[in-house]
Write a protein of this length. Structure first.
Length: 178
């Protein structure tokens, strides 16, 4: 069974006092196919500085990989073992529309079908398990507590274990890398 993540969101009431607006399982959970990566959207902004007014759930919309221009995203990604995930990525009926999803999938990387690139700076924190961060040249094993600052590079994630891995990501819109 997939892990559930509790999301607590604070805000302000009509008098300006701080209150808890939301408390419960993160409602925006996306998975393209059984055995594929699960994305748990926690929060997002559409500008900087962020607007802290309002009481609505900003994750209540269809899945989008990158943040809005000038915005940010905070999510947790559950990576199943590669044995499951790669089969799901290559499964019948599963396809990626690079333009629609906002990234370029580089098919020359036969070593892992998850290679992609976004115009963002990402802070990736391994919450549980271990996972390999793959670049065009090289890879690094990341374990619980390790952090990667991912600066708009072509990359993929490889879970070579038998258990799901959870990684928290903060994605911030950025100028494209050269």
């Amino acid at each position: 069974m997939a892990r559930e993540f509790r999301r607590i969101v604070s805000g302000h009431d009509e008098t300006g006092a701080s209150v808890f607006l939301m408390d419960g399982p993160a409602p925006a959970v996306f998975q393209v196919a059984a055995g594929a990566t699960r994305v748990i959207e926690l929060w997002e902004t559409d500008a900087a500085p962020a607007d802290n007014s309002g009481v609505s759930d900003v994750t209540d919309h269809p899945m989008r990989l990158p943040p809005a221009p000038g915005g940010s995203k905070f999510r947790i990604v559950e990576f199943p073992p590669d044995a499951q995930r790669i089969a799901a990525l290559r499964g019948e009926g599963v396809h990626h529309d690079a333009e629609k999803e906002g990234y370029v999938r580089d098919l020359k990387h036969a070593r892992h079908p998850g290679f992609h690139k976004t115009d963002t700076i990402d802070y990736a924190i391994v919450l549980s398990g271990e996972i390999y961060a793959l670049m065009d040249k090289g890879e690094r094993l990341m374990q619980t507590g390790d952090v990667l600052v991912q600066r708009g590079t072509n990359h993929a994630w490889s879970n070579r274990t038998d258990a799901p891995v959870h990684v928290a990501f903060v994605l911030i819109d950025a100028k494209p890398a050269p």
